[in-house]
Design a protein around this ligand. Structure first.
Ligand SMILES: *[C@@H]1O[C@H](CO)[C@@H](O)[C@H](O)[C@H]1NC(C)=O
Ligand SMILES: *[C@@H]1O[C@H](CO)[C@@H](O)[C@H](O)[C@H]1NC(C)=O
Ligand SMILES: *[C@@H]1O[C@H](CO)[C@@H](O)[C@H](O)[C@H]1NC(C)=O
Ligand SMILES: *[C@@H]1O[C@H](CO)[C@@H](O)[C@H](O)[C@H]1NC(C)=O
Ligand SMILES: *[C@@H]1O[C@H](CO)[C@@H](O)[C@H](O)[C@H]1NC(C)=O
Length: 441
């Protein structure tokens, strides 16, 4: 139901001033695709190169279908405890090679007692972690102790370049319910959300959340108990002539983000339970946190009838963005530089790493000046306190429309300043810019 309120609100929401834009921010939509020199339409509807072309890149709104970089095929993941951030790559250092790590992140994850904490300090937009590979059906599960706090949202979702989406979302002011949702191609459908009420305090203890995504059925589980299922058959859309059912490869995302920022739309704030209290006793060590462990993903068998010409990457062959448009290929997934795109994967390869102008999203994942304390393993992850300017890439969820990447605030590192993302046209996806909160940094 996040979607109902957020999208309505976002369509009229403020677009933050593009004070740090180096280049004009070029918007994109399926009716208005990107130009050739900035061929990739990011998850939030802005054109660019580099990270704009990686996970979340919308093929239909890009210069051409092959502007977006192919997504690496599904790889299972299974880790119970997290004592360091090995296998987690900062978004602004990631060029598309999943052997660099299973996850990319923006913001500030830390580890504590074997748990992976997604933090959100005052003046930040929290933390987002995305799988570096996509899943074309499969299961994803985790034990989660969700964050309390009005306006504070914990999410565990699958999200595709097509904006197919399957969600668990937890609003921090509602300790006794979990929200489930799904979207097809980012189309708002107010009837898709369902609250699972009657939980014991989900912010107090870990509970197991699992989604089993099959070609014909999606099943949501809490603590091993089925709480919802959705049949593909029930989603037939006679107008569109296909099932409004998630059916294309998706990245798994874990996130903690502030719905309750004054700069957000009224509907978003309301849905999130009000404004975030940045002096709340719920903030430990100066930040809110959502805690994860026992993270496991599995990959379903290749769908029968799939177009398989290789085994390393998913591509889209046509603009329908249905399961039939997906092919499994051996096309490369790694960009030569942050100036490259799917049109010229090796562009800038020999040059030194240069993130300038290539990272969509906005600043704010980082900690406040104090920075979070890694009380687990002696500093695996404290890093870059105050360096909120380091760019990261698109993030967030279509259901919320929240942009969680980095790339914005000027802390003196002006070379990494990026035009913030704004609101995408049309009904596909509304992106929210929450610059005001970030300027606190
Ligand atoms: C779920 O609960 C939230 C918060 O009370 C509410 O905003 C939303 O409308 C509910 N969703 C559904 C589908 O009932
Ligand atoms: C059916 O698909 C069309 C086109 O994508 C969309 O506008 C409409 O909202 C969909 N209807 C439902 C019930 O999902
Ligand atoms: C795509 O979905 C249709 C149902 O809409 C199904 O009949 C077909 O087998 C699926 N194909 C693939 C490749 O998954
Ligand atoms: C299968 O995928 C390959 C690689 O993208 C493409 O060249 C080919 O046209 C596809 N075949 C069909 C029947 O769609
Ligand atoms: C990075 O790229 C930008 C724009 O392409 C360029 O102006 C800048 O000089 C580059 N910096 C380095 C260190 O190569």
């Amino acid at each position: 139901m996040a979607n109902f309120v957020t999208r309505a609100a976002l369509l009229v929401a403020l677009a933050a001033p593009t004070v740090f834009a180096q280049d004009a921010d070029i918007k994109c939509s399926s009716g208005s695709p990107c130009p050739k020199d900035k061929p990739c339409c990011s998850q939030y509807g802005s054109c660019g190169v580099g990270a704009y072309c990686l996970g979340g890149c919308d093929p239909v709104s890009s210069f051409s279908l092959n502007a977006c970089v192919p997504m690496p095929v599904c790889q299972p993941f299974d880790q119970d405890s997290f004592n360091n951030l090995d296998g987690f790559v900062k978004q602004d250092e990631y060029l598309g090679d999943p052997t660099d790590g299973a996850w990319v992140y923006s913001g500030e994850p830390v580890t504590s007692n074997g748990e992976l904490w997604l933090t959100m300090a005052d003046g930040t937009v929290g933390t987002l972690i995305k799988s570096t590979t996509a899943m074309w059906y499969g299961t994803f599960e985790a034990s989660i102790r969700t964050s309390p706090g009005a306006g504070v949202v914990t999410a565990f979702i699958a999200l595709g370049d097509s904006k197919d989406e399957i969600d668990f979302e937890f609003v921090g002011s509602q300790h006794l319910s979990a929200q489930t949702n799904f979207y097809s191609q980012g189309v708002t459908n107010y009837n898709n959300g369902k609250n699972i009420t009657g939980q014991t305090d989900i912010t107090a203890d870990f509970h197991d959340y699992k989604i089993d995504w099959e070609p014909d059925t999606i099943t949501w589980y809490i603590d091993g108990k089925e709480v919802r299922s959705l049949d593909r058959e029930s989603t037939w859309n006679s107008t569109a002539g296909f099932y409004s059912y998630p059916q294309t490869p998706c990245q798994i995302q874990l996130s903690l983000w502030p719905a309750g920022l004054p700069s957000n739309g009224e509907g978003t704030i309301e849905w999130g339970g009000g404004l975030v209290d940045w002096n709340s006793p719920d903030m430990t060590n100066g930040y809110y946190h959502a805690d994860f462990k026992n993270i496991k993903t599995t990959c379903a068998a290749t769908p029968s009838g799939a177009n398989v010409t290789g085994k390393t990457s998913y591509v889209f062959n046509d603009r329908s963005m249905t399961n039939q448009s997906v092919a499994i290929t051996n096309n490369p997934t790694v960009l030569g530089s942050f100036q490259a795109s799917g049109l010229d994967m090796d562009f800038g390869k020999s040059q030194e790493k240069n993130t300038t102008g290539s990272i969509p999203g906005q600043s704010g994942g980082g900690p406040s000046a104090a920075g979070p304390v890694d009380n687990g393993d002696g500093g695996s992850s404290t890093s870059d306190s105050g360096d909120g300017s380091s760019g990261t890439s698109p993030s967030g969820s279509a259901s919320t429309g929240f942009v969680q990447g980095n790339g914005g605030m000027n802390n003196g590192a002006s070379s990494t300043q990026i035009a913030p993302e704004q609101i995408m046209q049309g009904s596909l996806f509304a992106a929210l810019v929450a610059i005001v909160g970030l300027c606190v940094l």
